[in-house]
Design a binder for this molecule. Structure first.
Ligand code: PD2
Ligand code: ZN
Length: 278
């Protein structure tokens, strides 16, 4: 881990620790808990902002999120009720069950199968797509709204995330066979790479990802978050959401597709941009 990330994590931990002690002290000396919390929150935000400036981090941007305020175990997305399996704050990761029906999973696989090609990564120097050992899956992109099933899923995602449908890239479908993997990476674009200007011109940064599992490999193929020792097992119809408000490792959103050991893995990825993706 580079020292600026370590410093950032330490400053967040210090802030959290200080806030807990401070809240107790303020309540002991007669503050109403709500007023004390509000004051601490403001002070903490100022503290973290000062640390960001000192460490030269990019400023945070608005990101999509899943509202779980009423602690519901299910979410009604209008056309479908989905289960909330797991929610984590830092990094923000939410796992949902039953996000896609079996029919939707099958429809995506059937439409994608004839169009699969070796997956590419972006060459950071030029911005061009290239074959890379980091990513051994096969994949394809649908256009946004390409067919009725995709339109339905894109509307569901927009409702889930409260984020404009137009800010989404076209849905990508990936297929991994035994031994195939996607080594840990960040989904945002590195703003310091020479290719940044051209990729960012199409709707700004990526700010969130939704992975949807279309089937279940027999063994392996989990989605990993090595910075927080998290691994999500691929379950047909489930979705993993995560967001990143800074294009920087402090987002702690390093993630990868672990090698498939047995069977095949099919997954659909939706990347969300800051603005309309053109
Ligand atoms: O297939 C996955 O589990 C996976 C893991 C990491 C997909 C992606 N990233 C991606 O499509 O960005
Ligand atoms: Zn990824």
């Amino acid at each position: 881990m580079t020292s600026d990330i370590q410093q950032w994590i330490v400053s967040q931990a210090q802030a959290g620790h200080a806030a807990t002690s401070l809240l107790k002290a303020m309540c002991d000396s007669g503050w109403q808990e709500e007023a004390a919390l509000e004051t601490i929150q403001k002070t903490l935000n100022q503290f973290l902002e000062q640390r960001s400036v000192a460490l030269n981090l990019p400023a945070p941007v608005a990101v999509p999120d899943i509202s779980l305020e009423d602690a519901a175990n299910t979410l009604n997305l209008g056309d479908r009720v989905v289960g909330v399996v797991m929610a984590m704050q830092v990094p923000r990761v939410v796992v949902l069950s039953g996000f896609l029906s079996d029919e939707e999973c099958q429809a995506l696989i059937s439409a994608a199968a004839p169009r699969m090609q070796r997956s590419l990564t972006v060459d950071h120097q030029t911005g061009a797509d290239q074959v890379h050992a980091q990513r051994t899956s096969h994949g394809m992109f649908f256009s946004r709204g390409e067919n009725e099933v995709i339109q339905r899923i894109e509307h569901r995602l927009a409702k889930l995330l409260n984020w404009p449908l137009e800010n989404g890239e076209g849905l990508q479908v990936l297929r991994y066979q035994p031994g195939h993997e996607y080594k840990p990476h960040y989904d945002y674009f590195d703003p310091n790479e020479p290719s940044a200007a051209s990729v960012l011109a199409r709707g700004g940064q990526r700010v969130a990802t939704v992975l949807m599992y279309l089937n279940e490999p027999t063994r392996g193929g989990g989605t990993t978050f090595p910075s927080v020792n998290l691994e999500i097992s691929p379950q047909k119809g489930s979705a993993v959401f995560f967001n990143y408000d800074r294009a920087h490792p402090v987002s702690r959103t390093l993630h990868g597709g672990a090698p498939v050991r047995e069977g095949e893995k099919w997954v659909a990825t939706k990347w969300l941009r800051e603005r309309e993706f053109k």
